[in-house]
Ligand binder design. Structure first.
Ligand code: HEM
Length: 505
């Protein structure tokens, strides 16, 4: 055990003085010979690593998933077999804000879970909303530029944000969620979270079903109003992180029930809209939740940087029994995360303890910056090899995925089954009066600095979702109803053309 009283330098040699520079004379300049001082300054200058491009502000905790039900008919994944208990690390985040952003901003919350399964790591990288704004990878970097800082002013811009959102009608449902009371959770413990995409599961017989993952809070949903959040942010920007940390320290371990929604391949073929479109929901009446087990958070990290900042999740990490789907948005994510992490943390980021699998890792990756383990010693670095090392395990191959149609740049809006406003309208219709009033209040407040044309565009989308929704928002924004109704009769391109000018009254 190290003696905690003794300071050493970076290679373990004793340090004689950590407060007084070596100077030439009592009033003279510092000398180069103060190598400990040089080391301290140089290390400090390199301590900031790139933040995540989005989801930069976050908090994490360890926990476990306990499977209480039997879903083995759907998946052979060992992590989802009856009675299985699997350790995990989970990171909550906001999306748009940088590393120092306040926790209680109106935003969606990221929820990334790394399950350390006995078949390797499975990462489920989701959000606290069941759907997403957009559905094509092409739009993703633009979405983030629109919600992040304006290139000229360096400030966040409601105008950019709403302009982009309203030019893509598929955003409407997610805007409705973000502007609803759920846009600012009271705590991470008081919100649900979702895998959002359609994934696949396959069982021992290699039979595939499509699947969505849901996690429902056992602490109850609680949210903050704009006014409550502003009051909190004025005194505490780390409010959600503190709440999570302190609850775990008190032994109040937050829990979420884990559920699946399942659609067969046959049902998917006949579904009334694209089941692989991340902006769409699968109605619970038709695809009821199937209970799986309980996810619990029960241990705080020992070191924020080592464990939370350096954690790295990717939807590309799945285990046998869990797979992808034709969701074009998911397909794009399969590349983006590992690529971002090779830049943010380095090529060997999977060796950082929080990211390491708990099972032996036997691959042929070698070398690279910061390779700090034994680099597989003298084992063969190529495959195939005659020494009999590490061959592929064909028995875990996924069943083939049937696809249809020619390769092309398809616009989902050309699909006659596509309805960008159904889900937002349905959400409006299940809200009670208090929730509707909050949604209108929050939307009008968020849109207050935005030009009239963009306000009209959103009011028209709301009107198309439900006339009462559009009418209430138009009233709150002081828009002319006759104009909203006239614009609502145009098609998508017509509406865009009619609302391009910022001088609209
Ligand atoms: C094509 C669409 C998307 C792309 C290209 C993308 C890309 C990224 C990238 C590059 C990061 C930073 C990763 C890192 O530096 O470690 C990130 C973080 C994150 N993304 Fe996405 N993303 C997409 C859509 C989504 C969606 C739909 C969800 C939710 C279902 C999501 C949830 C998250 C979460 C939770 C994080 C933070 C992970 C953490 O805590 O470390 N993203 N995303």
């Amino acid at each position: 055990m190290a003696d905690i009283k003794k300071l050493t330098n970076e290679v373990g040699a004793p340090v004689a003085d950590n407060e007084h520079s070596i100077t030439a004379g009592p009033r003279g300049p510092v000398v180069m010979q103060d190598v400990w001082l040089m080391e301290k300054m140089a290390h400090f200058n390199r301590e900031v690593i790139p933040e995540r491009r989005m989801h930069a502000k976050g908090w994490g905790a360890y926990g476990k998933l306990k499977v209480t039900q039997d879903v083995s008919r759907l998946t052979k994944a060992k992590v989802l077999q009856p009675g299985a208990e699997t350790e995990l690390f989970l990171r909550f985040s906001t999306v748009a804000g940088e590393r120092g952003a306040a926790d209680c901003e109106r935003d969606i919350r990221g929820v990334a879970v790394k399950f350390y399964t006995q078949e390797g790591n499975w990462d489920l990288v989701g959000n606290n909303t069941p759907t997403f704004f957009i559905r094509d990878v092409h739009n993703f970097s633009d979405l983030n530029r629109a919600v992040k800082r304006d290139p000229k002013t360096g400030r966040r811009s409601a105008q950019n944000n709403w302009d982009f959102w309203t030019l893509l009608p598929e955003c409407h449902h997610q805007i409705t969620i973000t502007m609803s009371e759920r846009g600012i959770p009271a705590s991470f413990r008081n919100m649900n979270f979702y895998g959002e995409h359609t994934f696949s599961l396959y069982n021992q017989q290699n039979e595939r079903v499509w699947c969505k993952f849901h996690f429902k809070t056992k602490q109850g949903i609680r949210c903050l109003t704009n006014e409550e959040a502003a009051a909190i942010t004025a005194v505490d920007r780390e409010y959600h992180g503190k709440d999570l940390y302190e609850a775990i320290e008190r032994g109040e371990y937050p829990q979420w029930g884990m559920y699946l929604q399942i659609m067969t391949e046959e049902q998917a073929r006949k579904h009334y809209e694209n089941p692989f479109d991340i902006t769409k929901v699968w109605p619970h009446k038709e695809f009821p939740l199937i209970e799986v087990g309980v996810l619990e958070l029960n241990r705080n990290p020992e070191n924020y940087f080592a464990e939370v900042e350096q954690s790295a999740f990717t939807p590309a990490h799945v285990v046998p029994g869990i797979g992808f789907s034709p969701d074009r948005f998911l397909q794009g994510r399969l590349f983006a995360y590992g690529d971002a992490q090779r830049y943010r943390l380095g090529v060997n980021h999977n060796h950082i303890p929080v990211n390491q699998a708990k099972v032996p890792v036997q691959e042929y990756h070698r070398d690279g910056a910061m390779r700090v383990d034994g680099n597989y010693g003298g084992t063969p670095a190529y495959s195939p090899n005659s020494a009999g090392y590490w061959t592929a395990q064909a028995e875990v191959a996924e069943p083939p995925m049937p696809l249809e149609g020619a390769m092309w740049r398809y616009d989902p809006k050309d699909d006659p089954t596509d309805d960008c406003f159904r889900a937002g309208g349905n959400l409006w219709r299940v809200m009670d009066e208090r929730q509707r009033a909050l949604l209108i209040h929050n939307t009008a407040a968020d849109m207050a600095p935005v030009t009239r044309n963009v306000q009209y565009r959103h009011a028209v989308h709301c009107y198309l979702a439900d006339p009462a929704y559009g009418t209430r928002l138009a009233e709150a924004l002081g828009l002319r109803m006759a104009t909203v109704e006239a614009l609502a009769r145009l098609d998508h391109q017509g509406l865009i053309q009619a609302t391009l000018s910022g001088t609209m009254e």
